[in-house]
Structures are given as C-alpha cells and as structure tokens.
Design a protein around this ligand. Structure first.
Ligand code: UD1
Length: 422
C-alpha cells in the first residue's frame, strides 16, 4: 500500500492545471448505455473511480477503450442481457448507482446492487428509487439488489428534495431515465451542481430535449432514440479548490488553470473573507496569501453553496487561522473522519453534532496519520504542507480515487511530498 510523506513549511508558488471532473465523467460514462452509437469523451481523468466505472460498464456489455491521445470511446451493445451491476464493484464506488436509470430506460431491466454506506455516513438511494417509480418502473429490493423493470417509462412530475436537499446522482439518474420516457417529465428540486449541468449538456448533444439546465426545475420531453456524441468533460472544481486551498494555507501564490469562477464562487468568497487575495481570468484563479488567514464560519450546502467535498480541506486551512471558526456540515452530517487525525497533528478542534469548532493555532506538527476517505486524505495533505516536520499519510488509495497524481502537481508548486511503499 502506498503512503504519502510530506515535509511541511514550504510556501507553494506557481501554476498548475486541474484535470477533468471525476464527478462529471462518471455519470456521463454511464449515459453511454443510452446511446445508439459511439461516445467520445475528452478529459476523462485517469483515476481509480474511473477505472472502477470502466469495469462496471464492461460488465454491462459496454465496450470502453482509451485511445493513445487519452480520449475515451464507449460503445453500448445493440442487444444484451448483461444488466447486473454486482456488489463487488458497487461497494467500492457509490457512483455506480448512475447505471440504474440508463439500464431501466434503455434496456427495460436492471439489477443493481445497493452500494451500502461508507466512511462519510449512510448513503440512502430512496430519491433515486422514488423518481424511477414515478416514471413507471417497477422497483423491488431483492437480496441486496435493486431490481427494476418496465416496458417503457412515462413522463411524470416529481419533487426530488430529501432531508438534506437535492441529490446529485439522484437527479442524474432520473434525468438519464426521463430522456427516453414517453411524454413530459418535470423534476423539481433538481440538483444544480455543475456536474449535473455537464451531464445534461451531453444528453442534449445525444438528442435529448431538456429545459432549465442548471436550474432546480428540469423539464424533459422524452425522445425515442439517443445517438452517440463527442464531449469534453468540465474541469474538476474540487481538485481546483483543493489546490487553491493548499496555496492559501501555505501563505503561497498559486494559479490554477481549469478553475471556473462560476463553479467556485462560494470558495472564492470565503477565501476573500479570511484575507486571501483572489483574482480570476477566464478559467483561471490565482490566490495570494501574504499573512495568516483569519477565522470564518463555513456551512456546506448544495450548489451554489459551499461544497461538502471541500469541507475537510477548508478545515485543514482553518486549523492555522487566526481565531475561532465553526464548520457546519449540512449535506453529510457525519463527514468528520479527518477531525481526529488533524487533532493528532496538534489542531485544536472539537466536534459538536454536525459542526466542528476550530481554534486556530500558529502551526501544526507533522505526525503519522491515516486517510479515511477521499477528501479527508486531501485535508491531511494540506495539513502536512503547513505542519512543521514530517507527516506520513497512510492509505492514500483513498486519495487516488479522486486526484490524479496530486503529489506531482504539488511538487511542481514547490512542495516536498513523495509517495512511498509501506
Ligand atoms: C455526489 C458526489 C459527492 C458529493 C455529493 C454532495 C458524485 C459521484 N458524488 O454524491 O462527491 O459529496 O454529491 O455534493 O457526484 N440523499 C438522500 N436520499 C437519496 C440520495 C441522497 O437522502 O436518495 C441525501 C444524502 O444522504 C446526502 C444528501 O442527500 O445527505 C446529498 O447526497 P447526494 O447529492 O445524493 O450525494 P451523491 O450524489 O451520492
């Protein structure tokens, strides 16, 4: 197993580029099931989760190839009975659930393993099932699998809000089903995340009729067939945000290409509030931190709110801010596995329900810590970059699920970080 060794205390400086967005690429890959013709995708990052989705789609009969230039080509078979998404794949990557809607809509049958919970809490899929049932699918749970079927889905009006607001993959699943349903579908309380928008754009390129893209109300006029298409995946706002936060936390001067202002507005506002200088031009954001950041209260919310996927990294920065910060998690109330590890590095930090109180200290001290989930790992890397001495982060396979060779990008910015075998 790999570990990451970070020697902290260096100011990051320079320019890097964020790759294609994992969370946009995953549902777009699943949308290939709907296409009668090949799909060519550019900027699909080379990540563990993408490889898992590739494996899942191959199990479902889809041909997936990477061309020498990095483009991914996906071809769905005309006919197949391979409609089962097995537990051994689904338990490692929850986004596998995105094949459910396309399978039911295009093939009339799906057996998709329930993914189960994960380190950030229990992860229900009731909204996915509610939406599919509204579209006329027969849904049952059998032996840990969602078994769905229908002759042809029909349009419906539905409210997809849950106790924590909208659901990203829930909206994506229902959208991918509704595009082939007969008649009009209205999805209210749809997720507005940029990744949902990117998927909707792909579906429109394939021939779908979707109105209100980017808004919380999506209206879909079902069509009979969808074709293949070509698409460039949007840049990863979470990777970009992580690199910007690493720059800010180390009092650095970092420019990230592939960082869209519109997609990162909440982060930029918070960074400015704590005294970081932020500039943006086209798809590029630059942060400059000349002094110690101030404390701030941050609450995660669905887009355009502060993203839960940057909560841990933001918290790592706030451990060395001047003053007391409160970080409240409103999407995944248990997403605080990083708190204890940051504590091992000297952070003065206390969890209270779905909030964490952070008393900023002047510095952290390097320690041996353990990554528990994808974004928690990124937070520990940022903490390692600001800490005095050496930090060893084990179980970095979590990090590799969502960041393509993060250590190389950080090294380019001057960080002392290397991957070692443990
Ligand atoms: C997606 C992202 C993930 C991000 C999350 C929130 C992908 C592949 N993953 O995950 O990185 O952290 O959005 O921005 O895009 N919920 C229900 N019922 C449901 C579905 C969700 O109650 O049927 C709840 C969840 O428990 C959570 C909230 O809704 O509290 C939001 O979850 P959701 O948006 O569905 O997250 P994912 O789509 O799984």
């Amino acid at each position: 197993m790999d570990a990451m060794v970070v020697t902290g205390g260096r100011r990051l400086k320079g320019r890097v580029r964020a790759g294609g967005a994992k969370n946009a690429a995953l549902p777009i890959m699943a949308a290939s099931i709907l296409a009668e013709g090949p799909m060519r995708l550019k900027d699909v990052p080379d990540l563990a989760d993408i490889r898992t989705m590739t494996r899942l789609l191959k199990t479902l009969g889809v041909r997936v190839e990477r061309e020498p230039d990095g483009d991914m080509i996906l071809r769905s078979p005309r006919r197949t009975t391979r409609n089962r998404a097995p537990y051994k794949i689904m338990r490692t990557m929850r986004a596998g659930i995105c094949v459910l809607g396309p399978l039911v809509a295009r093939r009339g049958k799906a057996e998709v393993s329930l993914p189960g919970g994960c380190a950030i809490g229990d992860r229900p899929v009731d909204l996915h099932l509610k939406g599919l049932a509204a579209l006329g699918a027969r849904i049952r749970i059998r032996h840990g699998y969602i078994v769905g079927g229908c002759r042809r889905l029909h349009g419906a009006e539905m409210y997809l809000g849950g106790p924590f607001g909208s659901s990203v993959t829930g909206t994506e699943n229902i959208l991918m089903a509704a595009v082939l349903a007969k008649g009009t579908t209205v999805i209210d309380c749809a997720a507005c995340e940029p990744e949902v928008r990117d998927l909707a754009r792909v579906l429109v390129k394939m021939g779908a009729q979707i109105y209100g893209v980017g808004s919380p109300r999506l209206v879909v006029e079902g069509v009979d067939h969808l074709t293949g298409c070509e698409h460039t995946v949007i840049p990863d706002r979470i990777e970009a945000g992580t690199l910007l936060l690493a720059g800010a936390a180390t009092h650095g001067d970092v420019t990230v290409e592939g960082a869209r202002w519109d997609d990162l507005f909440a982060l930029v506002s918070v960074l400015r509030e704590i005294g970081i200088e932020v500039q943006h031009f086209d798809d590029t954001i630059r942060v400059r931190a000349s002094r110690r950041p101030k404390s701030v209260d941050v609450t995660t919310l669905p887009f355009p709110g502060f993203p839960t996927d940057l909560q841990a990294q933001m918290m790592a920065l706030l451990t060395v801010a001047d003053g007391i910060s409160v970080v409240t998690e409103k999407i995944f109330p248990d997403r605080f596995m990083h708190v204890a590890e940051l504590g091992r590095m000297g952070a003065e930090i206390r969890k209270e329900g779905n909030a964490v109180v952070v008393h900023g200290t002047r510095t952290l001290s390097g320690a041996e810590v353990m990554a528990s989930d994808l974004r928690a790992s990124a937070a520990l890397v940022i903490a390692g970059l600001v800490a005095g001495g050496k930090t060893t982060i084990s179980r970095v396979y979590h990090l590799d699920r969502g960041y393509q060779r993060l250590e190389r990008k950080l090294r380019r910015l001057g960080a002392a970080i290397r991957r070692v075998k443990q």
